[in-house]
Design a binder for this molecule. Structure first.
Ligand SMILES: [Zn+2]
Length: 123
């Protein structure tokens, strides 16, 4: 291997020049792309801030709406689930004309309540 670059054969010079040209092109492309990405990120950050603000405003409006109705947040949540046909407790599809799923209907049945009153531990 030669010590000086001048002692290299011409084809090696050509190869080194090609590689340095490729490196320069890649560096330019990196600078261009990273500037573009930085601009995109700033834009996305702005969008995210706007989205957060919108979500906060929507949440505040929602809270005000159910406060005006005079019902609690929990009751509002139960009503929303019932209107979607979901169980109030777990969100599974509820039985027709019922507010709970089959599992929770049986759980809430009279027998269970009586058993609880009698302090019998259920399996
Ligand atoms: Zn359920």
């Amino acid at each position: 291997m030669s010590d000086s670059i001048d002692e290299l054969p011409p084809e090696e010079h050509k190869r080194i020049n090609l590689l340095s040209e490729q490196a320069r092109v890649a560096k330019d492309r990196y600078a261009r792309e990273s500037a573009k990405l930085k601009a995109d990120m700033a834009h996305m950050r702005g969008l995210l801030v706007n989205l957060k603000r919108e979500a906060t405003d929507a949440r505040k409006a929602h809270v005000e709406a159910y406060t005006a109705l005079g019902i609690s947040r929990q009751r509002e949540w139960q009503r929303a689930r019932t209107s979607k046909g979901q169980c109030r407790l777990c969100g599974d599809p509820s039985e027709p004309d019922e507010k709970h799923c089959a599992k929770h209907l049986s759980h809430l049945s009279v027998n269970v309540k009586q058993a609880k009153k009698a302090r019998i531990v259920q399996p």
